[in-house]
Design a protein around this ligand. Structure first.
Ligand SMILES: [Zn+2]
Length: 180
């Protein structure tokens, strides 16, 4: 199983996802004894005298303590959570907008539980109505994902969609099933 384009997932000593770096950087960490290999790639790197297994996931041998920032609500974060997929009809692509499930003018809050990714036709069709009034059904209930936000949320979700890394990242995405 190959990792995304020569990238290596770096885990903290306690296995929390910490960063994504390139193979060269990861090799330096390993060579300095600052990290250990958790998972290797199917690709092998050959030098003149030796061959190395390319790491896919490494874990630091020391604990990096960092303040945990808040997961910020943003258009980009909602699109990442919903995988750029309209939550009404399932259309996936660009040119998507955000929909307030309970319309804003009717007191619907601007938060993780009331914002979903929506295509323009569905947005027009729904108008200023609730999904129930419009006869439209949400594919899943929007939730605020829990995650360790050292890595930006959209990057984290994109990384978690790679099979090789999913087992390390999915546990932090409670409320977001990437297999859907
Ligand atoms: Zn749609």
């Amino acid at each position: 199983m190959e990792s995304p384009s020569g990238s290596v997932l770096v885990l903290n000593q306690n296995y929390e996802p910490l960063n994504i770096c390139n193979v060269r950087r990861a090799m330096v960490l390993l060579w300095l004894g600052k990290a250990e290999v958790v998972k290797t790639d199917s690709v092998t790197f050959h030098s003149v005298t030796q061959s190395f297994e390319v790491p896919s996931v490494v874990r630091l041998s020391y604990f990096v303590k960092r303040p945990v920032p808040q997961l910020k609500l943003s258009r980009k974060s909602i699109l990442a959570r919903d995988d750029h997929t309209c939550q009404y009809c399932g259309f996936r692509g660009s040119n998507l907008t955000l929909d307030h499930v309970i319309p804003k003018q009717r007191g619907g809050p601007t938060d993780w539980h009331n914002l979903v990714c929506c295509c323009l036709p569905c947005n027009n069709k729904k108008g200023n109505r609730t999904p129930q009034e419009a006869g439209m059904k949400l594919r899943r209930q929007p939730k605020k994902p829990r995650y360790v936000p050292y890595i930006s949320f959209s990057r984290f979700v994109a990384a978690a969609r790679h099979e090789a890394w999913r087992e390390f990242l999915q546990p932090y995405l409670v409320g977001l099933d990437l297999s859907l």
